[in-house]
Design a protein around this ligand. Structure first.
Ligand code: GLC
Length: 549
């Protein structure tokens, strides 16, 4: 492999990076089979470079039966043949590095796919065998082991246990899966599991990968001793601050990450990682410490309503928190697991989004104009904050959630496993519209694996390229300007009206976001960019302005 695969440079590049999440199967299909692929990602390097982000993060592209959109990994060190090959991956990384864009991959260490060779081997082996010890197998309760070992729920449905069938056809032991039955949980007390993931980290780091997004980083270590506690649900609210939960955020999970840190630091520049850890905020710094993963997602804004007070509180709190860990904060408005932010902000406060999707997005009615103006304003706001921003493919087009996908096309295990009572996350995973027309709006040459709505035409890259005030143009302008204005990781809030968030960075870069309805006067200075046109020199409601002194 040639040296040009590697991108050298400042070891702190990640601290204020803008990372663009690619959901590979829905990004760009290069061979017309309806699924996005690695070559498709490579083909869009100019688009990503022009957008102006610092890095891309690829959701899983590994061999997978797609029981959970690829988060069921059958082989951690290969590319799904449906998406390409390792050679395609190497080419992709070269293409992105040649433009100075870094690459993150997603590592899923809590569980594998049930098709992973280790799980298949475990199924074919005896209870108590070394092969079974890599996962969490237990005998059932009841006279003949016919009852699950306990009543823990799965994230996707009623139970976290599935019974196996022995090679001779008789019912066997049960195994734990905190997600779908096709996602058996690993036993992280097993040395082979520990060693194998280290191998995976080296494998991708050697191929030039710059960073890792660690899936469900809080769940790896478990206390499986009996008596099992009663666990009603997996709400973060129920995770205590002392590391004593049986399944989540146990103190010793850090041992794993300290081991990975040694590997990350053996590269130049050190590889970086960001934890997806659904833990109480006060525990987040443990994952974000320079001795462990180095950074952790702050998902607080995913849950925050459109409110100046809530945004300000969350910003203050998280900047404080990241200082404690020595890391930088992360800001997230959308990802592949949540309702797109242009939609969230266009629905009345307190809307239950899951229920709304079940009405095909008809009740309550979505105010698209309002949602999009707020989304544009929110994006500018987070881009002005110290720390890094993780954005999700399609948000740069101002895409809304596709809420009216019919039941028969849904792929999310939430829909399939929870009695079809929740549609799940497919609505933000619909393949991107690159062109105004064609069988899949330029996603591929055939149809797309999830149907795209007709309104995608007006949100396609081709359409937005031609509109001066499009969301795509706003993202490009904001990202370009941000690079010029970026300064050290400090900010000061400026006294402002109740419905306004006004802060200034040390170099005099002001961000003013008007969360209210009425236009507001702007402070003196030079207006660099606004998310909506000024009205008689004033900043309209639901808009952001950047001003320099
Ligand atoms: C993470 C992923 C999500 C996936 C789950 C199980 O939360 O973001 O998409 O379903 O882990 O791997």
């Amino acid at each position: 492999m040639s040296d040009s695969v590697f991108l050298a440079g400042d070891e702190n590049w990640w601290r204020q990076a803008v990372v663009y999440q690619v959901y590979p199967r829905s990004f760009k299909d290069s061979n017309g089979d309806g699924l996005g692929d690695i070559k498709g990602i490579t083909s869009k390097v100019d688009y990503i470079a022009e957008l102006g982000v610092d890095a891309i993060w690829l959701s899983p592209f590994y061999p997978s039966a797609l029981a959970d959109g690829g988060y069921d990994v059958a082989d951690y060190r290969d590319v799904d043949p449906k998406l390409g090959s390792l050679a395609d991956f190497d080419e992709m990384i070269k293409a992105y590095h040649s433009k100075g864009i870094r690459v993150f991959v997603d590592v899923v260490p809590n569980h594998s796919s049930d098709l992973h060779v280790w799980f298949q081997e475990a199924l074919a082996s005896e209870p108590g065998s070394a092969a079974r010890d890599r996962y969490i197998f237990r005998d059932g309760k009841g006279e003949n082991g016919e009852l699950a070992p306990n009543d823990w729920p799965s994230h996707f449905g009623p139970t976290a246990w599935t019974r196996t069938t022995n090679p001779d056809g008789t019912p066997g032991q049960w195994y734990l899966h905190l997600f779908a039955p096709e996602q058996p949980d690993f036993n992280w007390d097993n040395q082979e599991v520990i060693d194998d993931f280290k191998k995976t980290m080296r494998f991708w780091s050697d191929r030039g990968v710059d960073g890792f997004r660690i899936d469900v980083a809080h769940a790896l270590k478990k206390d499986m001793s009996e008596p099992y506690p009663y666990i009603e649900n997996y709400d973060v609210k129920h995770i205590p601050l002392d590391g004593s939960h049986h399944l989540f955020d146990r103190d010793d999970v850090m041992e794993i990450y300290r081991g990975w840190r040694e590997i990350f630091n053996s590269y130049d520049p050190p590889r970086v990682a960001v934890a997806e850890a659904w833990v109480p905020a006060a525990r987040r710094p443990r994952y974000a410490s320079p001795e462990t993963l180095g950074q952790a997602f702050n998902f607080d804004l995913l849950a925050a309503p459109w409110s100046a007070r809530k945004f300000k509180k969350s910003i203050e709190f998280n900047l404080d928190l990241s200082e404690k860990s020595g890391s930088s904060s992360t800001w997230v408005l959308s990802n592949h697991d949540v309702i797109r932010h242009a939609t969230r902000y266009g629905l009345p406060k307190k809307t239950d989004y899951e229920k709304w999707v079940m009405t095909d997005g008809t009740s309550p009615e979505l105010d698209r104009e309002l949602g999009l103006s707020r989304a544009r304003a929110a994006t500018m706001l987070v881009l002005a904050l110290p720390g890094s921003t993780y954005m999700y493919q399609g948000e740069e087009l101002g895409l809304f959630e596709v809420a009216d996908l019919p039941g028969q096309v849904l792929q999310d295990p939430i829909w399939l496993r929870d009695g079809k009572t929740r549609k799940g996350r497919d609505g933000c995973r619909v393949p991107l519209p690159w062109e105004k027309g064609g069988s899949s709006f330029g996603f591929g040459t055939g149809s797309a694996h999830l149907p795209q709505p007709a309104w995608f035409a007006g949100y396609s890259v081709e359409f937005e390229e031609a509109q001066e005030d499009s969301t795509l143009k706003l993202y490009r302008a904001a990202l370009k300007l941000r690079k010029e204005l970026l300064t050290d990781e400090n900010l000061e809030f400026v006294d402002s009206k109740r419905k306004v968030v006004h802060f200034v960075r040390p170099n005099g870069w002001h961000n003013i976001t008007n969360f209210g309805k009425k236009p507001i006067a702007l402070p003196a200075g030079s207006v660099q960019l606004t998310s909506a046109p000024l009205v008689d020199g004033k900043l309209p409601g639901n808009a952001t302005a950047w001003i320099t002194e």
